[in-house]
Ligand binder design. Structure first.
Ligand SMILES: [Fe+2]
Length: 280
């Protein structure tokens, strides 16, 4: 049985060292956004027990997945759309993590572990470095269809998994986990921001046009339109710039970064994290 406890308290942390989620947790915004620490290993692959979902919960999945399937073609990048097809996610019911883990193992040599909520960074990076993606298995409530700052299985499965089926991205993501495990202090914050502006909110150029690959956009109806619209400042890929750029998790993102290719993302990360930061 996994038990979780709050990983931080105001007494034992220096706020300059906290991630945006951790700061938000301290400000009492949403308890589901407070990263948790584990005292037992998470179940991986076939060891994950699928919960008994209610018809209402399946309905929420169905609404969200049908809506995103409608709006993503022409807006999400080809790699994301191909991954979505490859995963063959059910439209009308919440998929089983153990079944998806088997599929991911075959396509990308990654597995899934089931997390009870937002994981603390150490456990999250450790899992990524072993090619294991931590996913929640609960779904948001029906008043959160358009926006939830907390992780849920629609974000984790529909948003994250398609990109992990792509070899270049899968290798980059493992490398990201390895570098982050070695990072401390200011470098941790730099890598956390890098993650936000790539994995969570990244755009890529396709035929000269920005397309979505970040899962925070791909799993959000409002961000899907907002990210490609006029109100967003889109900047070229720049690891050091991203690492210095503050963000907040509570509203639509005003600044996004655009890579030219996933090769640029992988190589750019390797050069920056390995060279400048000395973490690879
Ligand atoms: Fe995410």
């Amino acid at each position: 049985m996994i038990s979780a406890s709050e990983s931080i308290s105001e007494d034992d942390t220096d706020s300059a060292e906290l991630s945006a989620y951790e700061k938000a947790g301290l400000e009492g915004k949403d308890p589901r956004c407070i990263p948790i620490k584990l005292d037992a290993p998470l179940p991986v692959g076939d060891a994950i027990v699928t919960p008994e979902y209610t018809p209402e919960q399946h309905k929420i999945w169905s609404f969200l997945s049908r809506r995103q399937h409608e709006v993503l073609p022409g807006r999400a990048c080809e790699v994301f759309l191909r991954g979505l097809k490859q995963l063959d996610l059910p439209l009308d019911q919440i998929p089983s993590l153990s079944v998806l883990s088997r599929r991911l193992q075959q396509t990308a040599q990654w597995q899934i572990c089931r997390t009870p909520g937002l994981l603390n960074e150490q456990d999250f990076f450790e899992a990524l470095s072993r090619r294991v993606f931590p996913s929640t298995d609960y779904i948001r409530e029906d008043h959160e269809l358009d926006y939830t700052p907390a992780p849920d299985c629609f974000h984790d499965i529909f948003g994250h998994l398609p990109m992990i089926t792509a070899p270049d991205f899968a290798d980059f993501y493992q490398m990201y986990g390895q570098a982050s495990l070695r990072a401390t202090g200011a470098n941790r914050r730099k890598l956390e921001r890098f993650h936000w502006f790539t994995v969570e909110f990244g755009l890529i150029l396709e035929d000269g046009q920005p397309r979505i690959y970040g899962n925070g956009i791909a799993s959000s109806y409002r961000e899907t339109f907002h990210a490609l619209g006029d109100e967003v400042e889109r900047r070229p890929f720049d690891p050091e710039g991203m690492a210095a750029q503050e963000y907040e998790v509570w509203h639509l993102q005003p600044i996004l970064y655009v890579v030219e290719s996933f090769e640029q993302l992988k190589q750019g990360f390797k050069d920056w994290a390995g060279g400048q930061l000395g973490l690879l």
